[in-house]
Design a protein around this ligand. Structure first.
Ligand SMILES: [Zn+2]
Length: 329
């Protein structure tokens, strides 16, 4: 039914809202990306429109409507996702909101509910967010809006106050690892590495488990960082020039490096509980850096990477940005 790992309390709240016929018209699911926000939203949509004659069995997952919703082809389900910019950043635009509003104003084809899942609403630009506010204030009848976002603080207070919130926490390491091994048949060692890298984002782990190149693609990024640390200035400038030719890859790359520096900082504080470490595959390299660099320098690298991510989204000159970061390590 509710095939959800690690968010039992959230499922309980949604079930109870349906059972008590207090579904309301707007929900906000927050939490880290790929923690399961959209997955939960889809199941909620299934539960709302499921045809099973036994309410306790909804969503049944097998009726026509459940299947159509799972595949994104149900006529009363609208999915809105931000568009990807040329630097790997995402924006939800006003045109998308206007199109959604037109769709919502059409009567539900099958009912009982027309449902819109608007993913990553924190990427909405101000005009899109304001336009959406009108729909939240006066929603058409039998419409349920489900927004997802990283944090509720990132949204306008007027949007927050009109939604019922469900804040999904990162899924514990053990639950992710067990799910990969027991339910998906992932070999133990690989499951352990992926569960650490997921850092609570179970959706990421499930996707990565299904993609045989995912782990290698990821480790290539951390390998690149440890290579940079061994490079001289000339080599670093050369690499910066090369990286700057593909700005669309930088967001993901910097985020990976950010996680790596975070691990280094945790290890440099003398923490020996490795459950906190994301890059468990790279513990030897991390320990090596921690042995050679002061905690202050590691913290400075972490901050510089974090700042570079912000500047990247603010359209700073890409080449200068990458050079600056690589030289600062
Ligand atoms: Zn069903």
């Amino acid at each position: 039914m509710w095939n959800v790992k690690g968010h039992d309390w959230a499922v309980e709240r949604l079930r109870s809202a349906i059972n008590h016929q207090r579904v309301g018209h707007a929900w906000l699911f927050t939490g880290p990306s790929q923690v399961g926000r959209t997955h939960l939203a889809r199941l909620f949509a299934q539960a709302l429109n499921c045809e099973s004659e036994y309410p306790e069995n909804r969503p049944c997952g097998t009726c026509r409507k459940c299947k159509l919703i799972a595949s994104g082809r149900h006529p009363d389900l609208i999915l809105v996702q931000p568009t990807m910019g040329n630097r790997g950043n995402e924006t939800l635009k006003i045109d998308q909101i206007r199109e959604l509003q037109q769709d919502l104003n059409r009567t539900a084809m099958e009912g009982p509910f027309k449902i819109a899942i608007v993913s990553r609403f924190d990427s909405a630009n101000p005009s899109a967010a304001n336009a959406f506010l009108k729909t939240l204030e006066e929603p058409p009848p039998n419409v349920v809006l489900i927004l997802t976002a990283s944090e509720s603080d990132a949204l306008l207070p007027t949007i927050n106050s009109r939604c019922r919130s469900i804040n999904l926490r990162p899924v514990p390491l053990k639950i992710i690892e067990e799910h990969l091994v027991m339910d998906l048949g992932v070999p133990t060692e690989r499951a352990k590495t992926l569960a650490h890298l997921a850092n609570g984002r179970i959706g990421w782990a499930i996707e990565a488990a299904a993609d045989e190149n995912a782990l290698e693609t990821y480790t290539a990024k951390t390998q690149q960082l440890t290579d940079i640390l061994k490079m001289g200035k000339v080599e670093r400038f050369k690499l910066a020039e090369k990286l700057a030719t593909k700005p669309e890859n930088l967001h993901e790359l910097f985020k990976t490096w950010l996680g790596w520096w975070r691990d280094a900082l945790i290890l440099s504080s003398g923490q020996d509980d490795l459950t906190q470490i994301i890059n468990i595959h790279d513990v030897d390299q991390l320990q090596d850096v921690v042995g050679r660099m002061s905690a202050e320098d590691i913290a400075a690298n972490l901050n510089q990477t974090d700042n570079s991510l912000t500047w990247l989204d603010q359209n700073a000159n890409v080449r200068l940005l990458v050079e600056n970061l690589l030289i600062s390590f």
